[in-house]
Ligand binder design. Structure first.
Ligand code: SF4
Ligand code: SF4
Length: 151
């Protein structure tokens, strides 16, 4: 079963979006202000893995939108063929993939849009949507069988 903090550092999703009163909204920022995405020296940041980067509090990496979801995708590694379709199509970069291997979902940033499940080509699908409150182990235990081709 997926570790919910898979490929994350301590800052991923640590605050609810909009809950930090000390951070101003975009409409309040003085023109010409610079909001750094990273704390300290960002040289070579593109070569670092997400969990190794030192994100600033201005970066959306540090905010969670998990409470926006009604349904969540659940990943079944036993059926996955690592085609990377879900990674390509996810509009929120919430598919966690490493060395072309699908690993799971970033539940801090996934908004439950279902795109990943729709584009998953396996039979049965390796990503299925479940109610947000269903436990991962219960979802995996209820996975459907392979569908036979209709003649
Ligand atoms: S449900 Fe949407 S946001 Fe969440 S992982 Fe799938 S494609 Fe990405
Ligand atoms: S689309 Fe489905 S089969 Fe392809 S990598 Fe994602 S979960 Fe695996």
């Amino acid at each position: 079963m997926q570790d919910l903090k898979l490929l994350a550092n301590d800052k991923r999703g640590k605050t609810e979006l909009g809950s930090r009163r000390d951070l101003v909204g975009w409409h309040e920022v003085t023109q010409g202000s610079i909001l750094p995405s990273f704390d300290g020296d960002a040289i070579g940041i593109a070569l670092k893995k997400a969990e190794e980067r030192v994100y600033s509090n201005f970066n959306s990496y540090t905010a969670t939108v998990a409470s926006w979801r009604v349904q969540k995708p659940v990943f079944n590694i036993d059926v996955c063929i690592d085609c990377q379709n879900c990674w390509v199509w996810c509009p929120d970069s919430s598919i966690l993939s490493r060395d072309k291997q699908m690993m799971g979902i970033d539940y801090d940033h996934c908004k439950g849009c279902q795109v990943c499940s729709e584009v998953c080509p396996t039979n049965p699908k390796s990503l299925l949507m479940f109610n947000e409150y269903v436990q991962l182990e219960d979802a995996l235990a209820s996975w459907p069988e392979k569908k036979k081709k209709e003649k």
